[in-house]
Design a protein around this ligand. Structure first.
Ligand code: ZN
Ligand code: ZN
Ligand code: FE
Length: 756
């Protein structure tokens, strides 16, 4: 609860009730000593809980009677350096009171970009160590002026003990640079806003790293940003001044308003409607939008009645720059100007991404504003040893488990970029140091070639921790169970894991799985048919390879006959397709996989997706977008469910036959896409229902990267609930590999824990 204004709140409440005593932070939380008549203490205790400030979260409380001399008055004591177990708080978007100060010409913080208070401002991004006190943050170098010191010392002030407190006299300063050096100007923010409107691209130092900005309503500026940043079709995030601007481009529900305005101020995925923004999210029907999260962003957008693109300050898949020098060199060919400041970013943070579906909210990327909030697990996990779980290589994030709580790191990125991997290693060490932990267990993916797994082995050997490897889809399953508070003893859950790829227990690559069990053990009760991945990883980049593989798997060597009179027949008549066909027939570099993601790729390429994907999951995301307007009316294609070795395996030949027939009769691509989605939902639901019934299981967890597809997630949740099952969905960590480490941690320790 550090830095969320809890101590001054306790102080004010104690004074109001004439309770005497003290409040202080120690490593594990807040300690209150209070003296007074019993009814008053009861009132005090009740109001401590009911009136706590917005960011304070009381996870646990314990009360004991104390003896000793009754103190006079109530005081706030300095922090203890005790054992460090407390929380590090996430960064919080500017609160309305601070925003009012910034916009008030009579306030000494007028137009000051680093204004904050105990209810808002930077946290994880500036913290070097805990307890959370100014000397252990990147504000250490800024000595408070007398006015700030007075605010800081006054328990009645909103900025009492606000560690990053600052004002124009004593705090960080902003300036504008271009490639030649400093650009003299009175007000760098206004100048940058002017340049953005004129079509320039600016690098802006945000809370967790540099961001690149341009006018989102200028197709030329957007195209130029993509060209310089080497960013293909991947959607770009937007920032807008207020809800009114957002509503000109997007439909926004009440729940989405709440998400946009929440203290985390994440990117919210909204349905595009109204004016279009060319080039921002090609091929998609949704836009990622956020509101300003710092005074700097508020001031920048104040004069703009249009949204800006605000995307990570990097080239291609590198980590966004955090240091000023790195931003100058790495973005030299990207930005026209740099809005810089002299407060150091300690932990790099991407913007978080959330989406609100009828089935509930989901987090697609957990970073600024959400990390490192911890997640309370079932009580039996309190007996578990300390775990460090390494996650996977894509959308990497690691996780600490201690005292019955899991603390996932922020999203780090894809480890195949050497700089991202270096940052991942640094962040692992920083987190262990920050929380003062030496892991007793290190959990890794079963895939021994994963960089995250290799690094886990290094950490385990350095610390003497026990190494546990966890099957990829078991980890996805367990992550969903863990964040929903399922106890370690529950071993009769069904896990529907629809995913791209992960190492399986039988040496093949798994991906479309239904598991039965729990944390300790799972039985693979169903899987998608194992189909070759021609070219291995290249199959994930070139969707059409999967179309060939799936058609050949469904119809055998004569598969081409099925294409007769479709547009595919001509498209698939060329040489590379024959080459792939050959690879599959001879089993050259074509590992078998039950991947669900590749089946979506196969369908996307059949429906019309050409060439290579420009970002992970692009073909499937476009297929989802295509299906959008048709989902309500479309019915499933026929499918068959067979049984091998006691496992259910869906056979897709009938689906492909009907899909090709739709192509032949020139059905709308969107309708075909919708029918495909319905087929996946209907077949998977049917298998899951049979498995649940046979095992008398009542709970079904949905996880894996494909569960980000809202048609699949919603369709399955709805169908399974209609049949009386309890459906567990991800809401705290992503269903993609960003949530993997939570599941790894839970699986790694569950064996030794008791029942509930
Ligand atoms: Zn504030
Ligand atoms: Zn000051
Ligand atoms: Fe996965």
């Amino acid at each position: 609860m550090h830095g969320v204004g809890f101590r001054p709140f306790v102080w004010r409440l104690a004074r109001a009730l004439a309770v005497t005593g003290s409040v202080r932070n120690d490593g594990s939380g807040v300690i209150v000593e209070a003296w007074g008549p019993n009814p008053v203490l009861d009132d005090f205790l009740g109001r401590l809980k009911s009136e706590a400030p917005p960011l304070a979260r009381i996870d646990a409380e314990a009360w004991t009677e104390i003896e000793g001399p009754i103190p006079e008055g109530f005081s706030i004591l300095p922090s203890d350096q005790g054992p460090i177990l407390a929380e590090v708080a996430p960064d919080v978007a500017t609160c309305s009171e601070c925003l009012a100060d910034v916009l008030n010409p009579r306030d000494r913080r007028y137009r000051y970009a680093f204004t904050n208070c105990t209810n808002c401002g930077p946290r994880l991004s500036i913290i070097r160590g805990i307890p959370y006190d100014r000397p252990l943050t990147s504000m250490a170098g800024f000595a408070m002026c007398a006015a700030c010191q007075a605010d800081y010392d006054d328990p009645d002030n909103r900025r009492f003990h606000a560690q990053p407190i600052a004002c124009p006299t004593c705090g960080p300063k902003l300036w504008l640079e271009n490639r030649q050096g400093l650009v003299p100007c009175d007000d760098p923010i206004t100048e940058v806003a002017r340049r953005l409107k004129a079509g320039e691209i600016a690098a802006i130092k945000g809370i967790g790293g540099f961001q690149l900005a341009c006018d989102a309503t200028s197709p030329e500026a957007v195209a130029e940003l993509r060209r310089r940043k080497l960013r293909g079709a991947k959607p770009l995030a937007l920032m807008a001044r207020d809800l009114a601007v957002i509503r000109r481009y997007c439909a926004v529900s009440d729940q989405e308003v709440d998400a946009l305005c929440s203290p985390a101020a994440p990117i919210v995925i909204l349905e595009a409607r109204g004016d279009t923004l060319e080039g921002v999210a090609p091929g998609l029907v949704r836009l990622g939008v956020m509101l300003p999260n710092t005074p700097l962003h508020h001031l920048l957008l104040a004069g703009m009645d249009r949204p800006i693109v605000l995307t990570s300050g990097n080239v291609s898949s590198a980590p966004q720059a955090t240091g000023n020098d790195a931003a100058r060199t790495k973005l030299a060919a990207v930005a026209d100007g740099w809005l810089m400041h002299d407060r150091e970013i300690v932990t790099r943070l991407d913007d978080s991404v959330v989406r609100i579906d009828p089935a509930g909210p989901s987090i697609l990327r957990r970073a600024r504003g959400l990390a490192p909030d911890s997640i309370a697990l079932a009580t039996a996990f309190a007996r578990a040893p300390t775990v460090l779980a390494m996650g996977g290589d894509l959308k990497a994030a690691f996780c600490l488990l201690r005292d019955g709580h899991a603390t996932p790191s922020p999203h780090v990125g894809d480890l195949d970029d050497a700089d991202v991997f270096a940052d991942y290693r640094r962040q692992v060490s920083r987190f262990l140091r920050l929380y003062g932990l030496a892991p007793a267990v290190v959990a890794i993916d079963l895939h021994s070639d994963y960089l995250s797994a290799r690094w886990g082995r290094v950490v385990a050997s350095e610390t003497g921790a026990r190494l546990v490897s966890v099957q990829h889809h078991h980890a996805h399953f367990a992550a969903c169970l863990a964040e929903n508070g399922v106890p370690p003893g529950d071993d009769r859950c069904v896990g529907i894991i629809l995913d791209g790829a992960g190492a399986g227990l039988d040496g093949t690559i798994w991906g479309g799985e239904i598991l039965l069990g729990g944390y300790r053990d799972v039985v693979r009760r169903s899987h998608f048919p194992a189909v070759p991945l021609p070219g291995g990883d290249r199959a994930a980049r070139e969707p059409w390879r999967n179309t060939v593989a799936h058609l050949a798997a469904a119809f055998g060597p004569e598969w081409r006959k099925q294409l007769h009179s479709t547009e595919l027949a001509a498209r698939f008549a060329d040489a590379p397709v024959r080459l792939i066909e050959d690879m599959i027939a001879k089993r050259v570099n074509s590992p078998l996989s039950s991947s669900a993601g590749r089946l979506f790729d196969a369908a996307a390429a059949a429906v019309g997706f050409r060439g290579s994907v420009l970002y992970e999951g692009q073909a499937a995301m476009e297929l989802e977008a295509l299906a959008d307007p048709y989902m309500a009316d479309a019915g499933p294609y026929p499918f068959e469910i067979s049984r091998f070795d006691g496992r259910y395996v869906p056979l897709w030949a009938a689906m492909w036959r009907a899909l090709l027939s739709d192509l032949r009769s020139s059905a709308e691509p969107g309708l075909i896409a919708a029918r495909f989605h319905r087929t996946i939902v209907a077949s998977v639901a049917e298998m899951a229902l049979r498995i649940a019934e046979e095992a008398s299981a009542r709970r079904v967890a949905l996880s894996g990267g494909v569960m980000q597809n809202r048609h699949v997630r919603e369709g399955l949740a709805k169908t399974l609930r209609r049949h009386g099952l309890e459906v567990l969905l991800h809401k705290a960590v992503p269903s993609n590999d960003g949530g993997l480490s939570l599941g790894q941690a839970a699986v790694a320790v569950s064996g030794n824990l008791g029942g509930r």
